[in-house]
Every structure is written in structure tokens, then in C-alpha cells.
Write a protein that binds this ligand. Structure first.
Ligand SMILES: NC(=O)C1=CN([C@@H]2O[C@H](COP(=O)(O)OP(=O)(O)OC[C@H]3O[C@@H](n4cnc5c(N)ncnc54)[C@H](OP(=O)(O)O)[C@@H]3O)[C@@H](O)[C@H]2O)C=CC1
Ligand SMILES: N[C@@H](CC=O)C(=O)O
Ligand code: NA
Length: 429
């Protein structure tokens, strides 16, 4: 049998996908039954790393998603439009979908999965979260009977690459970002990586699967890494931490979910502290399983294409074994009905690292302690690290506190005469 694929996009991931399909020796035998019928791109004049015949290449993407001979549409364009409309049009034409596009699923998953369920087609997206690491399918299937308590991940390769190089080599932020772009890790608009939006897209998808509810993407609190300085990386190191961009989803026991993305001081003995470069990791905690961690390459051509093609092969396997399209496998499809209630950030409990620049007047540490005490914030450590010109640099790490109480204490501290500025506030795992 031959299963026809329509590729939308032949960039980094599309090229990797075509390469695996065309070079099938020693891989899953089902690959031999997969044919790339069309590949849709923006420009036919670009030199391509992969050779596809001229009649396969097209700029007419609508013709691909409406082609009656195409069984599976593989969306690797990125961005919201035309990706969303093409996916919906493909579904309306009875095509199964494989996509790596977390941005479109995080925002339009509701619309896309409702249409797919109606049409009796699959929308598989293993490549959309943590690139080549199997995490979507394991969460849905292998871990599906657990009550999930938390999903904590380093799920953006670009920012992990940048933070690793800044910490290890003292590299400049802009230089390392350019390297990550060159290596094909970054999004077309890299601010999605750097400002945390890509990780927020991904954690909204993971949380939705782990906790069985839809998540409104716009409700996820999200901070990126632009403000992380060499000073904080060095102080974190001295205090026994590394700085990572974490995506955190916690819930269970009928409580509202908390979902957030922010740079975090991770203790060096924590398993996530050792995840470096473009590698990603997702730490899942559930009952009765306990902890399990998924680790591997989170971006890049081959790694991401591995997940894309595995999803294609999954659908081919189903198509070969059944012709009843209306009975979707519940472990591969999405049947969420309601939206989760998210806990406001002011209600979450976490530790904080805060760096203050203070006028070098007697008793300043005492003033800080009093303000924090007024709001029930207890301190794990207070260190006067050094001086910046004539200002004393003081670093405070709190115990677990409610974020709202901590912010109120900071508002009071900002008004103290002795405080010049508060250059950094970073949560601690
Ligand atoms: N790169 C990575 O490591 C990873 C990427 N992803 C996701 O995979 C998807 C693809 O990413 P990536 O391969 O890096 O992106 P690229 O920018 O490298 O490739 C995009 C491809 O889509 C084509 N394209 C884009 N817009 C249009 C349009 N309007 N009309 C026609 N063709 C269009 C481009 O055509 P042309 O070549 O002619 O310009 C190009 O071939 C994104 O959703 C991304 O988030 C997921 C995991 C990892
Ligand atoms: N830009 C993304 C690509 C994979 O999803 C990343 O850096 O992780
Ligand atoms: Na994945």
C-alpha cells in the first residue's frame, strides 16, 4: 500500500522529515509505504538541502490540503496563519494531521481538535513539545493512569543553549542567540524563544494532556531570559544554583492548576540543573508512579523530524489496520471538554532570589528583614556580596512564600531611603 503525504514547509524540520522518509534503509518498514506527493513552500527558487522532483514542489498550499490522493498533511510552516486555516481545511477534507506547531495548537487546539473529532481524523503533535523527546505520547499512553501532580520542564532549546553558554563561557547573549538561529533551533521570530512564549505554548499543551483539561494560553504567566545578567549567573553559581528557563505546571487534588514560565534558580543537585545546551528535559511526578524524567535533544533538524515521522508512521499503522475513521483511538485523540481554572500568580508558593543595590548605611539588612517580616516572608539567606561603585550589593534568598506577600514586602522595601534599586528578582525551585 502507498500512503501519500503532503508536506507543508520544507525548512529545517521539513527537510529533516523528507530526509528520513527518503532514506528508509534500516528504519521502520512502514516507511517504505510512505510517499511525499507534494511539498509546499514559499519560494521555488531556493536551493534545498533535500532533492525532491520539480513536480512535487509547489507554492499552492491549498491544493495540497484539498488533494483527494493525500492521506496525511504534515504542517511544518510555523506561525499562526496560514497554518491554522490550512490545518482546518485539511481536516475538512478528511486528512490526518501531523504538526510541530505548538503556537497554533496552544491557541487554536480547541477549534482544531473539535474539527478533527467531528471529521474522525487524528492530529498528532509529538514534535511540537521538546522536539525529538517522546513526551506527548508517553503522557497520554504510558503514564495515562497516573494522577499527575506536576510537570516541570526545560522545553525551549534556544534559551537553554543561550543560558548554558553564558554560564560556561561568559558568552554574550546576542552572539549566542545568533548561533542558535544558525543551528536551526530558534523560531522564525526568536523573541518567542527568548521571551518565554514558545515554552508557554509547550507547557499549555503538556498541562492540558497531563491534567485532562483545556488551558487558555493567554492565562499563562510568562517571563523570558532577556534580563538575566552575568552578575546573577555568577551569584547563583556561588550560592549553589544554576539559572534555567523552567516551564512549570502543578495541580491535582481538585485544586486550580498553576502554570508558569520563568527563569529559575535550580539547585545544583536537582536533575534539571544538568540539562545543558539544546537538550530539553521534562520531569513528571504522578501517583502512584513517582518521578520520571524524559531527556534528549529538544530542537534541531534530525531530532524534531524523528518525532514528526514517528507520528506519520503511527497514523499509517492505524490506517493499515482499520478503515473505520469515525472510531478514533481515545489514547491518540483529544476529548477534553472544559477549560482549567488557573491559580493567580499571587497565590503560588515559591522561594525567591532577589538582588538589591543599597546605599551603604548602617542597619540596611535590618530594614530589609523588618519589611519582609511585616509580610510573613522568612529569609533563608542574606548575603552582602560586594559593591557596585558606592552601592552595596545584597542578595536575599527567601524560604517558600506566597508570591503576593513577597510582592507586598518588595513594594514596601522599594520605598526605603536605603534602597537604590532591585535589579533582579528570580524564583527559586
Ligand atoms: N527548528 C526546530 O528545531 C523546531 C521547530 N519546530 C516547529 O516546526 C515548525 C517549522 O519550523 P522550522 O522548520 O524551524 O521553520 P523554517 O522557517 O525553517 O521552515 C518553514 C518552512 O515553511 C515554509 N513556509 C512558511 N510560511 C509559508 C507560507 N506562508 N507559504 C508557504 N510556505 C511557507 C517555508 O518556505 P521557504 O522554504 O520557501 O521559505 C519553509 O520551507 C514550526 O512550527 C516550529 O515551531 C518544532 C520543534 C523544533
Ligand atoms: N525554537 C524551539 C524549537 C523547538 O521547539 C526551541 O528552541 O526549543
Ligand atoms: Na516531543
Amino acid at each position: 500500500m502507498v500512503f501519500n503525504i503532503g508536506l507543508l514547509g520544507l525548512g529545517t524540520v521539513g527537510t529533516g522529515t523528507a530526509e528520513i522518509i527518503l532514506d528508509n534503509f534500516g528504519r521502520n518498514p512502514l516507511l517504505k509505504e510512505i510517499n511525499i506527493k507534494q511539498a509546499g513552500v514559499r519560494s521555488l527558487d531556493k536551493t534545498r538541502e533535500v532533492e525532491l522532483s520539480a513536480d512535487v514542489m509547489t507554492t499552492d498550499l491549498e491544493a495540497i490540503v484539498t488533494d483527494p490522493e493525500i492521506d496525511i498533511v504534515v504542517e511544518l510552516l510555523g506561525g499562526l496563519e496560514p497554518a491554522r486555516s490550512l490545518i482546518l481545511m485539511a481536516i475538512a477534507n478528511g486528512k490526518h494531521i501531523v504538526t510541530a506547531n505548538k503556537a497554533v495548537i496552544a491557541r487554536y487546539g480547541d477549534e482544531i481538535y473539535s474539527a478533527a473529532n467531528e471529521a474522525g481524523v487524528y492530529v498528532l503533535l509529538e514534535a511540537a513539545v521538546a522536539g525529538g523527546i517522546p513526551v506527548i505520547k508517553p503522557l497520554k499512553q504510558s503514564l495515562g493512569v497516573n494522577r499527575i501532580q506536576s510537570v516541570i520542564g526545560i522545553i525551549n532549546g534556544t534559551t537553554n543553549y543561550i543560558l548554558t553558554k553564558m554560564a560556561a563561557e561568559g558568552s554574550d547573549f546576542a552572539d549566542v542567540l545568533a548561533e542558535a538561529q544558525q543551528l536551526g533551533y530558534a523560531e522564525a521570530d526568536p523573541s518567542a524563544d527568548v521571551d518565554g512564549g514558545d515554552a508557554a505554548d509547550k507547557i499549555s499543551i503538556l498541562a492540558s494532556i497531563a491534567f485532562g483539561e483545556r488551558v487558555k494560553r493567554e492565562e499563562i504567566s510568562c517571563e523570558g531570559i532577556r534580563q538575566i545578567s552575568a552578575t546573577d549567573i555568577n551569584y547563583a553559581e556561588d550560592l549553589g544554583f544554576v539559572i534555567k528557563l523552567l516551564a512549570i505546571a502543578k495541580g491535582g487534588k481538585g485544586q486550580p492548576l498553576q502554570i508558569r514560565v520563568h527563569p529559575t534558580l535550580v539547585p545544583k543537585e536537582h536533575p534539571l540543573s544538568n540539562i545543558n545546551d539544546v537538550y530539553n528535559a521534562v520531569l513528571v511526578e504522578g501517583e502512584p508512579l513517582g518521578q520520571v524524567m524524559f531527556f534528549g535533544p529538544g530542537a534541531g533538524k534530525g531530532a524534531t523530524a524523528s518525532a514528526v515521522v514517528s507520528d506519520i508512521v503511527n497514523i499509517v499503522g492505524i490506517l493499515k489496520s482499520s478503515d473505520r475513521r469515525t472510531n478514533l483511538d481515545p489514547l491518540l485523540s483529544c476529548s477534553h471538554q472544559h477549560y482549567a481554572n488557573l491559580l493567580p500568580l499571587t497565590e503560588i508558593t515559591t522561594r525567591f532570589y532577589t538582588r538589591f543595590l543599597c546605599k551603604d548605611v548602617p542597619g540596611v539588612i535590618g530594614y530589609l528583614g523588618t519589611c519582609f517580616g511585616n509580610h510573613g516572608v522568612s529569609l533563608e539567606s542574606v548575603v552582602q556580596i560586594g559593591f557596585q561603585e558606592d552601592l552595596a550589593e545584597i542578595v536575599v534568598v527567601t524560604h517558600d512564600v506566597k508570591e503576593g506577600d513577597f510582592r507586598q514586602a518588595l513594594a514596601e522595601i522599594k520605598d526605603l531611603d536605603a534602597i537604590d534599586s532591585i535589579p533582579s528578582i528570580i524564583r527559586v525551585l
